[in-house]
Design a protein around this ligand. Structure first.
Ligand code: ZN
Length: 627
């Protein structure tokens, strides 16, 4: 997922191996019952029985959420809090400065306290925006319904969790059910770490698809829920591609770090879109017609490959600053260009190698990414690493002036950096090695149940040098810590291709314009504009910017005619054979003004073009590892 990151502190976590599923002795289990029957109105009810000793006690609500990398625990949604012991109500008090902590005095002779609480889920789907549930389906992230004793390691707490589902709904989760009766399900005891790492989806319309044969372990399952039964129909081509995706990850990494793996896939326009990675599952939500409409399918093609790749890159191998003891300890996001950037690279690559994207679609996606970053005006003042460190303040920013502020650029720019690293390895080793070898050595390791192996920048450099000796420290420092007017395109160019612009649509921009009604004129006039004329962003330094136009203003007319994308495209074409400027009539909060833009270079849309005479390393990269 995109996650926010924590600034400030240096790595507070010792580098070592943190266990997740290893057997350990728990003093006493916390019981957690979640009643999900009110999910259609986005209210989850929970009851906890927490072992306790007489005296002061502090319970905390998870604040720093893995995969979000920021203090996104939905504390404002936590309501209906009541505490009692042996049936007698207890007074609780929120901490005066830490909104996530609750103090209570446990009475003499009490061995446990009972806590009941509600989670309002209308604006928190897996840490993203939008509701977590609709009339027909739900997504349960356990961090939204638990409190735990302050100071404890999440590995050291055991939970016995159960849910009550709306009548007739079926569920998917990596948690192991041990008892099912009617609509109630109890799961095998699990540490708090595993519980928070194992969301549950459920719905009236549910379908299970096995992606591996029953005899092949570990099992890979896709659990689908949708608002409509018809949206669950996966094409045979997609089924083949997702089966191949599993095979490709096996060939790439050489080991798996889960007991079984669940793709928890929600298809709905009613809940928030998201993708959140876990060790043994991913919790992803796409538009309801994703399996049916080719344009929608294209835009989501890399979602599941991305989240799946995180099981290795992000969950098993994790930057030390993100491998925290519990959910109150702040996270450090400096290495998110590895955590998310390498995953972005792998997500698109695995989508192509498995057949979810064609080679041409992969190149169009790459061209779009490269062009966007090459026109990121904020890169002249903000190093990439600062976008990672700032995840906690950048995650929820809107599009206005985003080219100047920069957003979570460690995702797409990370992809360019890792493509460049792959290209260098291929050239340095005369085609003997590639970044695939790094992935196998760094992310593969010993297979088995989930575990976390934290790493530092030096560990990354060391592993790269094992594959191909090179001055990786200098290269990577330059890429992430310095400012530069242009994006790192060395991977594309080293692989025998170049970024070009012409008047033909980029296939991703075209799909976006069709579905989201957002037209992209970033590389000609310098703005993106919604169907209603609202300018989403205006690129600093572009012709539109020079003329005085800004984001938030509303485009009304082009050369005297009501604005539509075809009208603006026609004006761009006409301007190529005249010296007259393009005139934009713009509304700026009730005030109208005409802006003249002297621009005569026509439409510019990004694509990749082969450089003749240079070896085509990109095609080598895109070749699947399995038959
Ligand atoms: Zn991600």
């Amino acid at each position: 997922m995109r996650t926010p990151r924590l600034a400030g502190h240096l790595l507070a976590v010792a580098v070592g191996v943190l266990g997740l599923a290893s057997p350990r002795v728990f003093a006493q289990s916390i019981r957690l019952q979640v009643d999900l029957t009110d999910a259609p109105r986005n209210l989850y009810h929970a009851k906890l029985n927490v072992p306790a000793k007489p005296g002061p006690m502090t319970l905390v609500f998870p604040k720093w959420i893995p995969g979000n990398h920021r203090p996104s625990g939905p504390i404002a949604a936590l309501t209906g809090i009541r505490m009692e012991a042996a049936g007698k109500p207890l007074l609780w008090q929120r901490d005066v400065t830490d909104m996530y902590a609750f103090h209570v005095i446990v009475p003499e002779s009490a061995k446990a306290i009972d806590v009941s609480l509600d989670a309002i889920t209308s604006s928190d789907s897996a840490g993203g925006g939008g509701p977590a549930a609709s009339s027909n389906l739900l997504d349960l992230n356990w961090n939204a319904v638990v409190l735990y004793p302050q100071g404890m390691d999440s590995d050291a707490l055991e939970f016995i969790a159960s849910v009550k589902l709306p009548s007739e709904w079926k569920f998917g989760s990596a948690l192991v059910p041990v008892r099912m009766s009617g609509d109630e399900v109890e799961f095998a005891p699990a540490s708090l770490t595993t519980l928070v790492d194992s969301p549950l989806i459920a719905g009236l319309h549910y379908k299970r698809i096995d992606l591996t044969n029953a005899a092949d372990k570990p099992l890979h399952v896709m659990d689908l829920v949708a608002d409509n039964e018809t949206d669950l129909a996966m094409t045979p081509e997609d089924l083949t591609a997702y089966r191949k995706l599993v095979a490709e990850t096996g060939a790439l990494f050489g080991a798996r770090h889960y007991r079984q793996y669940h793709f928890l896939y929600t298809l709905s326009d009613q809940v928030g879109g998201h993708g959140l990675e876990h060790h043994e599952s991913n919790d992803s939500a796409a538009a309801e017609r994703t399996l049916l409409d080719l344009n929608v399918r294209l835009l989501y093609a890399s979602l599941l490959p991305h989240e799946f790749a995180h099981s290795w890159n992000g969950k098993y191998r994790r930057p030390a600053g993100l491998a925290t003891r519990n959910y109150q300890e702040p996270m450090v996001g400096d290495l998110l260009w590895v955590y998310e950037g390498l995953t972005d690279y792998l997500g698109n690559l695995l989508a192509e190698r498995s057949g979810l994207l064609s080679p041409e679609q992969y190149r169009e996606a790459l061209a779009s990414t490269a062009a966007s970053l090459d026109h990121r005006s904020g890169r002249t003042w903000r190093p990439l690493e600062d976008t990672a460190r700032s995840v906690q303040i950048l995650r929820l920013m809107g599009p206005q002036w985003s080219n100047w502020r920069r957003g979570l650029d460690y995702y797409p720019e990370g992809e360019l950096i890792w493509l460049e690293v792959d290209s260098i390895i291929r050239r340095q080793t005369h085609g003997q090695h590639s970044l695939d070898d790094f992935c196998r050595r760094f992310e593969g390791g010993q297979g088995g149940p989930p575990m976390v192996v934290p790493y530092t920048f030096e560990d990354v450099v060391h592993a790269l040098n094992d594959v191909a000796p090179y001055d990786w420290t200098t290269l990577l420092h330059e890429r992430v810590a310095s400012t530069s007017a242009h994006a790192p395109l060395g991977g594309i160019e080293g692989d025998g291709w170049k970024l070009v612009y012409n008047d033909q649509s980029n296939v991703f921009a075209k799909a976006l314009e069709k579905l989201v009604k957002l037209a992209d004129f970033s590389y000609s006039l310098g703005f993106t504009v919604a169907e209603d004329g609202k300018m989403e962003d205006v690129i600093v330094g572009s012709p539109a910017y020079q003329s005085g136009v800004g984001p938030g203003m509303k485009l009304i007319a082009v050369n005297g005619r009501k604005w539509t994308p075809p009208v603006l495209r026609a004006a761009l074409k006409a301007a190529q054979s005249t010296v007259a400027p393009i005139e934009l009539l713009v509304e700026n909060a009730q005030f109208y003004r005409t802006y003249s833009i002297s621009y005569h270079e026509g439409e510019k849309n990004p694509h990749l073009e082969r450089v003749s005479g240079q070896p085509d390393l990109l095609s080598n990269l895109l070749t699947p590892l399995t038959k």
